[in-house]
Design a protein around this ligand. Sequence first.
Ligand code: ATP
Length: 437
Amino acid sequence: MTQPTPAKVDMEKIISLCRRRGFIFPSSEIYGGLASFWDYGPLGVELKRNIKQAWWQNMVQEHDDMFGIDSSILMHPRVWDASGHLQEFSDPLAECKSCHKRWRVDDLEGNRCPECGGELTKPQMFNLMFKTFVGPVEDAASTVYLRPETAQGMFVNFHNVLNTTRKKLPFGIAQIGKAFRNEITTGNFIFRCREFEQMEIEYFIKPGTDEEWFDYWLKESHHWYLKWGIKPENLRLRQHTKGELAHYAINCYDIDYRFPMGWAELEGVANRGNFDLSQHARYSGKSLAYFDEDTKESITPCVIEPSAGVDRAFLAFLCDAYSEEPDKEAIRVVLHLHPRLAPIKVAILPLSKRESLISIAREIYTELRHSWMVSYDDAQSIGRRYRRQDEIGTPYCVTVDFESLKDKQATIRDRDTMEQIRVPIKELKTILTDRLS
Ligand code: ATP
């Protein structure tokens, strides 16, 4: 649930920037779009890839007890029986008797339709999972569900990972992938989509060590957003009340971000006890126990789950980085993204379209492209070109001018300070490597 606070960034401005500069487009736009489905454009795809890469690096690569998997989106339907999603994963919904629009009861303030003021039906539970069929026959036996979370793919692979990595507890499995929910209340751009991506960890531990590991993962997860540039004042930790806890959870904290529409969940960190492994063992008839060499006992591990949304992180990084700054003639829009997250790292800008300058500029461009996403732009005035790069968060611009022909030097301009330094062209790569790491 979101809580209104004074908006610091206008969502309309973020949406307009995303549309205008090719971060995000409405899905199937030429057909009028499809509600709460979005397509990531050329810049969006880079930012999203960098966010996932940063997460994978910190959460998997830099932890020697973490292993990645990529499980299928459609799973055996019994998975959702065992996980409780078939019974529990639903929202209470009321329908307006006059305009027939459906509303999530949790989001209603009164008992009339917010759109037309009509009378609402009694709430009914509505399952959020999308259904489809495997094979040619559309019947109950062939019904499967698009996964509403990536987590279950990690639980059902617990023994596969344990046996193939030969790891002892504690260890974790991580996964980044698509999830689907037939959300009732949509809106707020990519905050609540019907198709989205998650970055999840299931960290398996010995019973009795859950509090210490819960604290560890809550800190790690919180720290991750700070490390990649989110301002501390725009993050908060919120513990779930007893009534809010999901059916599997013993404890849960939300990491909330102050979005333009108010504080809302960016990530959840939950202590799931041994609910999931016990349920899958029961429903599948296969043991998912772990033999503890120290105590010579068979145990069912407990689990700590940090569960983050890629799209919500994307939106938070954009909102946090967005700034409008007074410049000489106008307002300068800048995305102060962490350089490692920025979609384009360097823009090469020859000062004029004279062939001699273009050829040096293109040479630099060709060389640097082996290292990063680099763009080349020789259209319009230099001021305008700087501004176009600032608006998409490009940390450095390299300008080639007539002096460069003589002194073999180029100018590096810093997005945040707008400072310019002149450096030998042959040292560009080393200097930029240093600044971008
Ligand atoms: P909410 O209360 O906002 O519906 P949730 O508590 O149902 O979220 P979880 O089931 O904990 O969310 O999912 C873990 C993470 O996945 C969330 O913190 C969020 O970042 C992301 N997520 C969940 N639902 C969506 C969605 N519809 N669109 C985009 N991201 C989502």
